[in-house]
Design a protein around this ligand. Structure first.
Ligand SMILES: O=C(O)CCC(=O)C(=O)O
Ligand SMILES: [Fe+2]
Length: 270
């Protein structure tokens, strides 16, 4: 059964009447989000191609057909919007991506809240390497897959970052969006706008620890090689989603490899 049919008849009628009256889809979707009818909102988003201002996943089926493979939508959650996609990358693609960073990994950096520059910080103790967009044929394939999954042009994305967390390494609770109240906001959004969403791709299994946790909503996703985790950093109206606070939990046993894709509002020129 589709999501709109699962609504009370009065809501179904409300949607039909508003569409017939010519109310812009964006307005209807926005109201559905406000009222907590997330599935119906996403269903409406996937039925029309007007300008949609957030990335979205077609949740009408449990599998999603992407240009080069079919993936499985394993779990969804709201709010904040979180989706888990199984077998997004093959094991071979994961291994190849890790291999392409050999000898290139450096201490990860974070955007400093005090001056907006990138600097190493003890809140993020992984090693990382940042690729340019389309840096390798495999990265281009992955970027096209992300574009199709999220209905978001590849150009509105930063280059892929590959991260390596050894034992004890973590990324403490943080937001991926740039804080509009911070005076360095303009400097960070200047190159492509806000970071509207984040797609994490687990490149390895981890024996213990290393989950991605969302402490404000008591949710934790365990790493699984090839699995992807998407979460929205902003709401439908573009404002920041404070529930998207998240952390890479310390690795207890094993090594965690991850690829991170940050999506921007506008084309990102790196
Ligand atoms: O390591 C994780 O699970 C989270 C990574 C993360 O938050 C990020 O790269 O922005
Ligand atoms: Fe993050």
């Amino acid at each position: 059964m589709n999501a709109i049919l699962q609504l009370e008849p009065t809501w179904q009628q409300w949607i039909t009447e508003n569409i017939e009256r010519g109310v812009p889809h964006n307005k209807i979707i926005s109201t559905l989000f406000e009222r907590g009818f997330y599935s119906a909102a996403y269903e409406l988003m996937s039925q029309q191609s007007d300008v949609i201002n957030i990335p979205y996943i077609d949740m009408t089926h449990n599998s999603i057909e992407l240009p080069d493979k079919t993936v499985k939508l394993a779990s969804t959650f709201h709010p904040p919007f979180v989706a888990v996609i199984e077998s997004f990358l093959s094991h071979q693609e994961c291994d190849q991506l890790i291999k392409s960073t050999e000898g290139k990994m450096k201490e990860s950096r974070v955007v400093s809240p005090t001056d907006g520059t990138f600097a190493a910080h003890n809140a993020r103790t992984s090693l990382s390497f940042g690729f340019q967009r389309s840096a390798t044929p495999l990265i281009t394939i992955i970027e096209n897959r992300i574009e199709a999954l999220l209905h978001w042009p590849a150009i509105r994305g930063e280059g892929l970052q590959v991260l390596q967390y050894g034992k004890g390494a973590e990324y403490r609770p943080h937001y991926d969006f740039f804080d509009p109240k911070n005076e360095n906001f303009q400097r960070n959004v200047g190159k492509g706008g806000q970071r509207v969403g984040t797609l994490l791709m687990y490149l390895s299994d981890v024996e213990a620890g290393g989950g991605t946790s969302f402490p404000k909503v008591n949710l934790e996703v365990r790493p699984k090689k090839g699995m992807a985790l998407y979460f929205a950093n902003t709401k439908f109206d573009g404002s920041v989603e404070s529930l998207s606070l998240h952390a890479g939990m310390p690795v207890i046993k094993g090594t965690k490899y991850l690829a991170t894709k940050w999506l921007r509002t506008n084309p990102y020129i790196g």
